[in-house]
Design a protein around this ligand. Sequence first.
Ligand SMILES: [Zn+2]
Length: 207
Amino acid sequence: MEATHLHPKQQACHDCDLLIELPEQLNDNQSLLCPRCKKVQWTQYKHPVDKTVAYSLTALILLVIANAFPFLSFDAQGQTRTITIIQASNELYIQGFYLLAFLVYVCVLLFPAIYLSCLLAITIPTKIGLKPPFAITLGRTLSYLLPWVMTEVFMVGVLVALIKIIELADIVFGVAFWAYIGFVVCFLASSAIASKHQLWTWINHGK
Ligand SMILES: [Zn+2]
């Protein structure tokens, strides 16, 4: 069902499609649940614009740090090897895992960076009381990108791989490793606060 055909005070549940009557306003830290499947539809956070700007900016800075410094160092049989995230995906490409290398570039580095930039392009003007330029395009871009951002999947993959490698080599976690963990936390926080509902509220009505 097209969202544009719905009454503006109604929303289809994200999980079971039940039409939900939207309340005028939620209190701070209050969530709207679907009456049928009890899934959270959106949460009204306190100072959502400020928090989204803070988390998104921090996440972008941590992503730059995560790419500028060594991610992991392996020490096996007297030989030490240090890799960055970009080198790890280059290595996948060299070994013939083209799709995997492409997914790491795009879903782990490129899309999160574009997502955060678009989010800041909406929230910073909203914060200072201006209408964000190209707001509808930015809002749609954010909705399309989010399912393709796989930062936490990458982190879980790295941790699972480490369990196997740790028996074969001594591993030193680089600055980029900790920066990437911080980035994932900040990214998840900003995308949770800037939910679809919150995003379109900013785009249509400002703060
Ligand atoms: Zn539901």
